[in-house]
Design a binder for this molecule. Structure first.
Ligand code: LLP
Length: 461
């Protein structure tokens, strides 16, 4: 069989439509004797029958290992320079109490970006000193609570926040450590909506304004300036953008050192992961080495000491840990030109993974409950929502005998799927099950019909 002309150019017609691409699936993913996909030793068939579908299945050890690896690789790269790297897990990617505990046990800090994310970290028992608080529009209540709790750092995003945080610190009798978020103007190569450091956007302040704002921070006895912060975007494959941002920030960092201490430089997150076999990702070890090289060269040139580096990866820690398992409901062979696209509809959709609809993101899919040697057919995995844009996988090949009742699994759904999930069409959000050494446990339960009705004050019974 040859490639379907409706397939996008990047999609290779598979020799084996049962194969699990290692770069995309959790490393523990395999198939058992019955042909079912297993994650961390647990069969997706068994998990689906025990916990229902759709189901997010998280490989706990994968999250722990990636968190530890990122911390280790960056620290090895900077230890040689006499510095260190503090890793903040960007909780927005996927936060629940279990994940918060795993990353803290791996030695990471957590970056939270709202009172809600803060509440989850606190519920997990995370020491507030390990938290960084982000956001371009923190409410006064969020600032007051964070300062009162003693969060490790607040990232100031605008000039007005200098006074707001200073006043809260005064009220609580504290000195609050702060970073200043800079819009470096670096254009990271990524999807337009994910790029956060172009000039025409809402985050941070222009680099040229930094000295004046830092002077304001230093003038407050209730604030301690940690350093500049830059996050150039998300799902970035090359380190060139980070390097350029580091160069620009360090030039100003050096200026700021003339009037006081600047212990740290925060270069944000955004390290890309492979969603399909077409994504070529720079390994974290190379990114760490690139960061170290650029920072050391630039610091040498400027004649300044190497600061503590902070980074904030989210996707690179949780992205590959999770697969979403769905049950196939209906199938339609839709004729397009002279070819057939098989629409396979599943029991979830844009409510559990909005990324294809929102960013045109590509995912892949595999038959999860069995293997099949049937000829591969080009499929589109559609959700069950009332929108034609409700697509979870735009294009992949599945064995052509895929049938209603089969299970399919979509890998690399650990980041920004659960956290962006909705109740569109009043679908309950799926459960999250963590698997480790063959054993599974629910870490977030499935939303029930009662949950869906719970806030509607017109519901009487
Ligand atoms: N730090 C800051 C200040 C951020 O805004 C973000 C992500 C991160 C760190 C973590 O970025 P990561 O390492 O996970 O790429 N919903 C989009 C991504 C939005 C990212 C928002 N900020 C998506 O699904 O691709």
């Amino acid at each position: 069989m040859s490639a379907n002309p409706l397939a996008p150019e990047w999609l290779v017609h598979p020799d084996d439509a049962n194969a699990l691409t290692p770069a995309v699936w959790p490393p523990s993913a395999d198939r058992d004797g019955a042909g079912a996909i297993t994650v961390a030793g647990a069969s997706l068939t068994a998990l689906a029958s025990e916990f229902g579908t759709p189901l997010y299945v998280v490989d706990e050890q994968d999250v722990r290992t990636r968190a530890e690896t990122i911390k280790t690789l960056f620290n090895e790269a900077f230890a040689a320079l006499g510095s260190r790297v503090d890793v903040y897990y960007a909780g927005k990617a996927f936060l629940c109490t279990a994940v918060a505990k795993w990353v803290v046990e791996a030695g990471l800090h957590i970056d939270v970006a709202s009172g809600g994310e803060l509440a989850v970290a606190l519920a997990a028992g995370v020491d507030p000193a390990l938290l960084g608080f982000h956001g371009n529009n923190k409410s006064l209540a969020e600032i007051d609570r964070s300062v009162g709790l003693g969060v490790g750092a607040i990232v100031l995003d605008s000039v007005v926040e200098v006074d707001r945080v200073s006043a809260a610190a005064e009220k609580h009798g504290r000195v609050q450590a702060v970073r200043l978020r800079i819009n470096s103007g670096v254009h990271a190569s990524t999807h337009e909506y994910l790029a956060t450091a172009r000039e025409d956007q809402k985050f941070g302040i222009p680099l040229a304004d930094a000295p004046a704002v830092v002077a304001q921070i230093r003038a407050s006895k209730n604030l301690r300036f940690l350093g500049l912060h830059s996050h150039i975007g998300s799902q970035i494959f090359e380190s060139a953008g980070f390097a350029e941002a580091a160069r620009r920030l360090l030039a100003v960092h050096a200026e700021l050192l003339k009037d006081g201490e600047v212990p740290e430089l925060n270069l944000g997150g955004g390290f890309g992961i492979a969603y399909t076999s077409a994504d070529v990702v720079t390994p974290i070890a190379s990114i760490a080495a690139d960061f170290a090289r650029v920072v050391s060269e630039q610091c040498a040139e400027l004649g300044i000491p190497i600061p503590i580096i902070a980074i904030e990866p989210g996707r690179a820690i949780v992205g590959h840990s999770t697969v979403t398992v769905y049950e196939v409901g209906t199938i339609k062979d839709v004729r397009v030109d002279d070819s057939i696209r098989k629409y396979v509809s599943i029991d979830g959709g844009m409510s559990d993974n909005i990324r294809p609809a929102l960013y045109g993101a590509d995912y892949t899919v595999r038959l999860a409950n069995r293997r099949s040697d049937s000829d591969p057919a080009l499929v589109r995995i559609a959700g069950k929502h009332c929108e034609s844009g409700d697509i979870v996988v735009h294009a992949d090949y599945l064995p052509g005998d895929v049938a209603p009742g089969d299970l399919v699994a979509v890998p690399a759904t650990g980041a920004y799927c659960w956290s962006l999930a909705s109740n569109y069409n009043y679908l309950g959000r799926p459960a999250v099950v963590a698997v480790k050494d063959g054993a599974a446990r629910v870490i977030v339960r499935r939303e029930t019909e009662a949950d869906l009705l719970s806030r509607d004050v017109g519901v009487t019974a």
